[in-house]
Design a protein. Structure first.
Length: 323
């Protein structure tokens, strides 16, 4: 189907003629695009009955944590032309009754019911059975522990001016994904920033914040509520490396040497990428390679070169190639 923005359409689904066995059924609708990616999905239940008495049965959640409270609701329908009752209506969990009611219904009338129970203490599933006269409906409900995937994304090292106490700003990201079968309600402390998400199965939420550190810091995420978890990531703080050029002045035509010094005055190992560039008006090209050699040539056009150097803390490199 093709829908313009803001448009809607109604779809009618007809059950196959072979669907005649009494009981409860699930009807699932799924919307996908041309690449078979799921855009939306919905699930509903319906029941088939061979008696004038029809029964619907549902729970307030599709799955539960062990021991979680369960609310069971539904309706008793008299689809016939004559009154029915009094009839005994019962609800049972795993064969043990927990609700009983006497129901009398005029023709084409409906009776609502609601009852409370609790999920078992062990993971797995439990069975709910509703019965009135010869009409029986059974629902199987999963019981599962919450499953939360937590990802904290931040750099390992940030550089700054240690003497001025200023650090380079960076973005830290936190991703929470509910990969389980049950809803999770959370209280999240993202390094001093509070959030309270409630995630349905399959939901994902992303938080980000900009930080500027002045010392090595452990970023911390503390999660409580339906899931308890603590995630940390250490972000190191180090002085930025210093780069100094020491060219002779004036330079002469032809290949010349330009000494340069790269100093890591910080506290962590660094892999530094250095870019040297001369204005187009200069008749020189300067390059730096990972071997550290600098070359100036007067017979080549001006270009930009990059180099990579590895330095341990307090280590410096001096290159003064003879050409």
């Amino acid at each position: 189907m093709d829908l313009v923005p803001g448009a809607s359409t109604a779809i009618t689904a007809t059950a196959p003629p072979s669907l005649t066995v009494p009981g409860g059924y699930y009807l699932r609708g799924r919307l996908t695009n041309a690449r078979d990616q799921v855009l939306a999905e919905s699930l509903s239940t319906f029941f088939i009955s061979d008696s004038p008495l029809a029964l619907t049965l549902g729970t307030d959640q599709s799955a539960y944590r062990p021991g979680q409270a369960v609310t069971v609701t539904g309706q008793v329908h008299n689809t016939g032309d004559a009154s029915i009752g009094p009839e005994t209506f019962t609800l049972a969990q795993d064969g043990v009754g927990f609700y009983t009611e006497t129901v009398s219904l005029p023709a084409h009338d409906v009776h609502d019911f609601s009852a409370a129970t609790a999920a078992p203490q062990a993971t797995g599933e439990f069975t709910l059975t509703g019965q009135i006269s010869t009409t029986t409906v059974v629902a199987v409900v999963p019981v599962a522990e919450p499953e939360l995937d937590v990802t904290l994304d931040a750099p390992d090292v940030v550089l700054g001016d240690t003497s001025a106490g200023s650090g380079q700003a960076f973005v830290a990201g936190l991703t929470l994904a509910n990969n389980g079968q049950v809803r999770v309600a959370l209280n999240v402390d993202f390094h001093g920033q509070a959030h309270a998400p409630a995630l349905q199965p399959g939901d994902l939420v992303v938080y980000s914040r900009t930080l500027a550190l002045t010392q090595t810091t452990d970023l911390a995420v503390q999660i409580s509520g339906d899931v308890t978890e603590t995630v940390t990531h250490t972000v190191g703080f180090s002085a930025a490396p210093d780069l100094a050029l020491s060219p002779d002045d004036p330079q002469h035509e032809g290949d010349v040497e330009i000494p340069y010094t790269l100093v890591n005055s910080g506290t962590v190992d660094l892999v530094a990428q250095v870019t040297f560039d001369l204005a187009e008006a200069q008749p020189f090209r300067f390059g730096i390679w990972d071997s550290g050699f600098g070359i100036v040539r007067s017979d080549l056009p001006a270009l930009q070169r990059q180099g990579v150097a590895w330095l341990a803390p307090q280590q410096f490199a001096i290159r003064n190639p003879q050409l």
